[in-house]
Design a binder for this molecule. Sequence first.
Ligand SMILES: Cc1cc2nc3c(=O)[nH]c(=O)nc-3n(C[C@H](O)[C@H](O)[C@H](O)COP(=O)(O)OP(=O)(O)OC[C@H]3O[C@@H](n4cnc5c(N)ncnc54)[C@H](O)[C@@H]3O)c2cc1C
Length: 379
Amino acid sequence: MKAGNNMKSSSRIVIVGAGILGSAVAYELARRGETDIVVLEAEAEFDAHSTGRSAAYFIPMYESQSFAALSKASIGFLENPPEGFSEDVLFRRDGALIAAGIGFGEQITEEVATARKLGLPVELLDRNGIKEWVPAVNAELFESAAYYPTAGEIDVAALVRAYRTNAQALGVTFVRGCRFLGTQVTQGRITRALTSQGDIVCENVVDAAGAWAAQVAGQAGGRALQSLVLRRHLLQAPVSGLPADARWPFFRCQSLALYFKLTDGVLSFSPMDADPSPVGDCVIDAPRVAATLATLSKLTNFKIGAADIRAVAGHRVFGSDHGPLIGEDPQQKGLYWAAGMGGCGIMAAPAVGEMISAALLNTPSAIDPAPSRIARFQP
Ligand SMILES: Cc1cc2nc3c(=O)[nH]c(=O)nc-3n(C[C@H](O)[C@H](O)[C@H](O)COP(=O)(O)OP(=O)(O)OC[C@H]3O[C@@H](n4cnc5c(N)ncnc54)[C@H](O)[C@@H]3O)c2cc1C
């Protein structure tokens, strides 16, 4: 897919952003027969922002119940994608432990009760159970944990690549290095998308612009909504002293501000920071990286060298109520948001793709869109 050379002058649907959400929407529309689509990506390379910087994990109970419902609706696709979708294994069940630091056990007990109500497989573990699953942690620092056996790792690069190649094979056009600039509206309907490579005659715009979603919606005549753009660091380093094929469940402790996962001898870990961040390229804070390494040393006995650490920082984007931003804009007909998926945009991408394509094609969807709907915000 070369940048710029396949620009179209007319397309029924213009999708802004070719990250996981824009690509999932393109694919879901195309496999339902709607292929008159152009996906615009401002960057010269794909996945330069959140999608290329994620921890790639699926945890069935994450962020909030509205996100959990979307993740639950997505696991079937991740575990059993359509025939021929990808040659790669997209999902590996390794489980996840969500641990409570001392004094926070009640929160985990409540989380387990909620997860059970939602029908999610979950076990409550004591300190010994934690140690058995993840021998590297200093178990005396933790009180209990929720263990989710159905959690697992997603191959994000393979998933997003498969969305794009399948969509493209079905007739969707992807254009890199092309920035969406606004719309022309005639009698209340979107009639053109204005881009850095010229105008596209169109009927619908899907806003899958990640951290830029509120800005893009504003350019397209949508409701002025504040989104929360929060920075999160992710560090990776090889671990010594462990068998190369050691795989443990993902481990996360909110009160002690650390999560980690081990894949093929490489540890990925994060301080779970959530600092408000300017929209744009997300930059690394060196003191935060050093503090995270200190936390890792306190909570675990992993042996990693500071010089081996590769750090990235990326945006997690939410609606102002910490919920998703999905569905048709209440102010501008024909403008659809596929954004605000926080820390769940990878694990819930299949559900977002399904919801937006059902809304655009006016077909039924098994997923209840109500909790995610953009229309929940008052004008
Ligand atoms: C450290 C970290 C860890 C995470 N871990 C997980 C995890 O374990 N599991 C999980 O499910 N999620 C995780 N997430 C969240 C996940 O990465 C995001 O929810 C997801 O990538 C959002 O995808 P997106 O397509 O909305 O955004 P992006 O990938 O940012 O894509 C948006 C695209 O829109 C383009 N764009 C913007 N403006 C324009 C314009 N005007 N014209 C054209 N193009 C434009 C941008 O260039 C960008 O490529 C994590 C995030 C971070 C930062």
